[in-house]
Design a protein around this ligand. Structure first.
Ligand code: HEM
Length: 122
């Protein structure tokens, strides 16, 4: 229950980010400025909440080296999301490659973060 309540806000903000991502995608190009900014700001809010919650788990005994690897992978996925999101919006690099990474990275971020949370609360 503790885990659930700690990560509930993150879950909600993350789901909203996904929802606005799909909406932004479906609305087509040129990107709708309002949807784009909401999607970006929600993503930023999710990162801030995640860092805050992860910091708390680090104060327990769960911070094993494997936990560190998982959190690092989550971090890399998030950086990839921000980088590909920015690249798609300015039309740089290959759009299909960026979009593929932008679709895969949330899955990797979710899996690694859930595994890390699971480990730290064992
Ligand atoms: C936690 C971070 C983020 C998550 C989980 C996320 C997730 C998503 C998802 C699921 C989509 C829909 C993809 C599809 O059509 O299947 C999307 C689209 C998009 N996202 Fe993000 N995103 C994140 C951060 C960002 C950031 C920071 C930016 C901008 C700097 C961004 C820019 C975009 C753009 C431009 C699209 C539309 C792509 C297109 O279909 O042309 N995203 N995002």
């Amino acid at each position: 229950m503790d885990v659930l309540s700690n990560f509930l806000t993150l879950g909600i903000v993350f789901l909203l980010t996904l929802a606005f991502g799909f909406w932004l995608s479906r609305a087509g190009k040129p990107y709708n400025g309002v949807l784009f900014n909401i999607h970006k700001l929600l993503a930023l809010a999710a990162v801030i909440v995640a860092v805050f919650e992860i910091r708390k788990t680090l104060q327990g005994d769960g911070a094993t080296p494997f936990y560190g690897v998982l959190i690092a992978l989550t971090g890399v996925s998030i950086i990839a999301l921000f980088a590909t999101g920015a690249l798609m919006s300015i039309g740089k690099l290959n759009y299909a490659v960026s979009l593929t990474i932008h679709k895969a990275a949330p899955i990797l971020a979710t899996m690694t973060l859930i595994a890390a949370i699971y480990l730290s609360y064992l």
